[in-house]
Write a protein that binds this ligand. Structure first.
Ligand SMILES: Nc1ncnc2c1ncn2[C@@H]1O[C@H](COP(=O)(O)OP(=O)(O)OP(=O)(O)O)[C@@H](O)[C@H]1O
Length: 644
């Protein structure tokens, strides 16, 4: 027996009819619950059945019609066919030729026809309540009918009044039709339930809040996200909050029959972006839906999307990229981790190549803006006009050749992220003023634009020049300095932490796919002895050169010595004022100034240094060369060159 997953119930006031229905249902293996109830009790009985999980209610002619009128769920009536009525009339004719026939509701057309056909007198007894049925039958009996034909309990009522009664039981055809209909209804209800479950699943899996209202503005549906976003405006049962359809734009969608996209409203203290659409069934409005999300989340998504298409706007390094086990580097990492969270303007001071930019990336990555863009600009590399248009952007027509539609500046691009301004000490007084204004107001004006644009970017700046010194000498505005350096970090020069050199050297070789290249303790010693005015960048460059020129995996000590000598020879090319790393012996000003071009002056200076060192070492060339970190050969060569 195949299992039918539905529950049916037949509500009737007649036991024989109920038995007929149950017997027939059994032949089709359909479970059928039977409830005997008079017309007055039929409705509460049916409601209780539905509440208990009955899928479809069936009722006899009168009861069925009554239930159909009052229940919101479909009800199947087992309507007796004309054949069933004819059969009952034939049975009644055996006993009487004046017969009453009961009819629920309006008078049907068949009594006249059947009366003529069967050559009997028929008296129709219309009723809608048991009371009417009883009094109708009683009147018919008084009028002399010899038999009462009808459904349900009419036979019992007739018998109670001393008259014969014949019940019209539904025949097979009527039963078959009714049970087919009940099955169809149950199946389509199940499909509806499945569809609803899918829809609910879709609704609940959305991050957007969804609220649907009917044409009266009453909430018809909502999801969990809506409850979270609207809080007490929409309680968990989905009841309406005050004016919710208005604030969500639903009232307008209902009124105009048109939806809208991107409505921005502040509801419950939260800025929401709302899309609405009317719900039309057969072209007629049946309600409206609103889908909404917090504006902040949409901005976040759009920023991520923007960033994914913009290479170079992502911080590539984190605090672990900042190598070094020296106490100075450990302390720097610790402080950086703390400052990253502080989310205030931060200035990094340090010599060239000490990792200021790397640190800026790491600060962004470790801070609350890590999901926002990281935009970097070397301020020293650009002329004023270009620097301003890069930083602040420009409006269309700001200057000849300005791009159509204008251009977003880096401050705008860094929205909700960080902007790294390298070589900040080099910006002109004009740019300093503009930058100060941005930091003070949190707004920028594009070049040629008159509309302030709010910007929210953490400013990280850096400089190898000492900004305090720059302020003192009047080259840098003090007010801007204070704005930029609420927090300060200093990257230590490599010569102050020679213990980091082996680690850095191995890391650089590994990055060059040269991890197999050995560095003997002697070579590492040479590296540690060198002053590294160009810091880690210089170490990086030297090792690159070393890898290019040396062959095999062995440590080529001679080559490294030569490369270091070459470095020393070119060291002087950096003017001392621009090379804070170079804390080499200073000489009386007059001699340092010298004469000739820069190279000649530097050579003079170099010879002075060597001479001073030789004097210090009692003209022991080996010791002097060692102290200066060059080979004895180089020292000899440099002395031989003599003054030109
Ligand atoms: N502590 C460190 N660990 C690993 N790599 C480092 C470290 N410091 C610097 N570097 C590397 O050295 C190079 C120079 O670093 P960076 O550009 O950050 O220095 P900088 O101080 O900003 O230099 P400049 O002032 O000249 O712009 C980069 O390749 C960087 O990865």
């Amino acid at each position: 027996m195949s299992h039918v997953p539905f529950r049916f119930a037949f509500v009737s006031n007649s036991l024989p009819v109920a038995q007929t229905v149950r017997d027939y249902a059994a032949t089709r293996h359909l479970p059928m619950e039977i409830r005997l109830a008079g017309m007055e009790e039929a409705l509460p009985v049916a409601r209780a059945l539905l509440a208990e999980g009955t899928d479809v209610i069936l009722g006899g002619g009168g009861t069925g019609k009554l239930l159909r009128r009052h229940l919101r769920r479909p009800v199947v009536t087992i309507a007796r066919s004309h054949l069933d009525i004819l059969e009952a009339l034939l049975k009644a004719r055996e006993h009487a030729d004046y017969i009453a026939c009961t009819c629920y509701g309006a008078l049907p057309p068949w009594p006249a026809l059947f009366s003529e056909l069967l050559r009997v007198r028929l008296l129709p007894v219309p009723f809608t309540t048991t009371q009417e049925l009883v009094s109708g039958i009683s009147r018919a009996v008084d009028q002399g009918v010899g038999c009462v034909v009808g459904g349900g309990i009419c036979a019992e009522i007739a018998q109670a009044q001393g008259c014969r009664g014949v019940v019209v039981t539904p025949g097979e055809e009527a039963l078959e039709r009714a049970l087919d209909e009940a099955l169809n209804i149950a199946r389509s209800q199940q499909q509806d339930r499945e569809q609803t479950a899918w829809l609910r699943g879709v609704l609940e899996s959305l991050h957007e809040g969804i609220v649907g209202v009917d044409t009266d503005g009453r909430t018809a549906t909502s999801n969990r996200a809506a409850e979270v976003l609207l809080e007490d405006l929409l309680d968990s049962a989905g009841a309406d909050g005050p004016g919710l359809p208005e604030s969500l734009g639903l009232a307008k969608a209902l009124k105009t029959g048109r939806g809208e996209e991107g409505i921005i409203r502040r509801i419950n203290g939260r800025e929401l972006v709302i899309n609405t659409r009317p719900i039309l069934v057969d072209g007629k409005p049946r309600g409206a839906l609103a889908a909404f999300a917090p504006a902040a989340r949409l901005r976040d998504l759009s920023r991520k999307l923007k960033n994914s298409g913009r290479r170079g706007f992502i911080a590539r390094h984190n605090l672990d990229s900042l190598l070094g086990a020296s106490p100075a580097m450990r302390e720097l990492r610790l402080q950086a981790a703390r400052f990253a969270d502080a989310d205030a303007a931060l200035h990094i001071h340090g010599e060239s190549g000490t990792g200021k930019e790397l640190l800026a990336h790491a600060l962004h990555q470790a801070g609350p803006r890590r999901n926002g863009p990281f935009v970097a600009l070397n301020c020293g590399a650009l002329p004023d006009s270009l620097l301003e248009s890069e930083l602040f952007g420009y409006d269309e027509g700001a200057f000849t050749g300005a791009r159509r539609g204008g251009k977003e500046g880096l401050f705008e691009m860094a929205q909700d992220g960080s902007i790294f301004l390298d070589e900040i000490a080099d910006i002109s007084p004009a740019v300093q003023i503009r930058l100060l204004r941005v930091l003070e107001t949190g707004e920028i004006f594009r070049l040629g634009g008159d509309r302030p644009i709010a910007v929210n970017a953490r400013v990280i700046s850096s400089s190898w020049k000492d900004l305090v010194e720059e302020v003192r000498s009047g080259r840098f505005r003090a007010d801007l300095y204070y704005r930029l350096s609420l927090l300060r970090l200093q990257t230590p020069p490599l010569r102050e932490r020679p213990e980091d050199i082996p680690l850095l050297a191995r890391h650089i070789l590994a990055r060059l796919n040269m991890a197999h290249k050995e560095l003997s303790p002697h070579v590492l010693g040479l590296l540690k002895d060198y002053a590294w005015p160009g810091n880690v960048r210089e170490l990086d460059a030297l090792l690159r050169r070393y890898c290019l020129l040396s062959d095999g995996g062995q440590c080529d000590r001679a080559l490294l010595e030569k490369l270091l000598d070459d470095l020393r020879a070119t060291q002087g090319l950096l003017a001392p004022a621009e090379r804070p790393a170079d804390k080499a012996p200073t000489l009386p000003d007059g001699r340092a100034q010298g004469r000739g071009n820069l190279r000649e002056r530097l050579e003079t200076l170099e010879r002075e240094i060597i001479r001073a060192e030789l004097e210090k070492c009692a003209h022991n060339r080996g010791r002097a060369a060692k102290n200066l970190g060059i080979s004895a050969n180089t020292l000899w060569r440099k002395m031989k060159a003599g003054p030109r």
